[in-house]
Ligand binder design. Structure first.
Ligand SMILES: [Zn+2]
Length: 193
């Protein structure tokens, strides 16, 4: 079981009783509490399937983008953040299968379809339907948002692993799960081409 899967299970666990001899759900939840707010919300949404966390992820994403890129928190940016959250939690890129590239003979080629993100990208028509418009500027902003989610996911993983240091020997770093919850399917169905 990967650490992300364990975290997802821990975040929805009913019984957080501490166990003296082994890290349990309570330890993992405590470790996640040390992660940045965007990472905490992202893990709740992506790995613990808490659908109501999507809005929080989008809010923190806008906040962090305002900070890093000096964007204004317009209604359009907030809606773009929701799009980014939905896209990020979609299954892997259909071309590279989430591996961010592939071997062509002896050469490793970065996947041009997902721009080496490993993510399945919605079509521009789908994005236009969600946003009411779509252009190069929105495309660039979306890409930065997706990168920020990927970076934050990695940061959160590093924080949780560090917090759970002594049990790290039996925890493996798993690939980002590729499930899509029913709620996400419903929310995304209008976006899909
Ligand atoms: Zn790809």
């Amino acid at each position: 079981m990967s650490l992300r899967e364990l975290a997802g299970a821990a975040l929805s666990a009913q019984n957080l009783a501490m166990q003296a001899h082994v890290e349990g759900p309570a330890d993992i939840v405590a470790a996640i509490a040390s992660a940045p707010p965007l990472g905490r919300a992202l893990w709740r949404y992506a790995y613990s399937r808490q659908d109501d966390a999507a809005r929080h992820v989008a809010q923190y994403l806008v906040h962090d983008c305002m900070h890093r890129y000096r964007w204004a928190a317009t209604a359009k940016t907030c809606r773009l953040a929701m799009l980014a959250v939905y896209e990020w939690t979609e299954p892997n890129c259909r071309i590279c299968g989430g591996r961010r590239g592939y071997m062509l003979g002896q050469r490793w080629l970065g996947c041009p379809i997902c721009r080496e993100s490993g993510l399945r990208r919605f079509s521009n028509n789908s994005r236009r339907r969600f946003m009411g418009e779509w252009d190069v500027a929105l495309d660039s902003k979306l890409y930065l948002m997706l990168r920020m989610l990927t970076d934050t996911d990695a940061t959160t993983m590093a924080v949780v692993r560090a917090q759970l240091g002594r049990c790290s020997s039996y925890l493996t770093i798993g690939q980002k799960p590729t499930y899509t919850s029913n709620h996400q399917v419903n929310a995304c169905s209008a976006l899909m081409a």
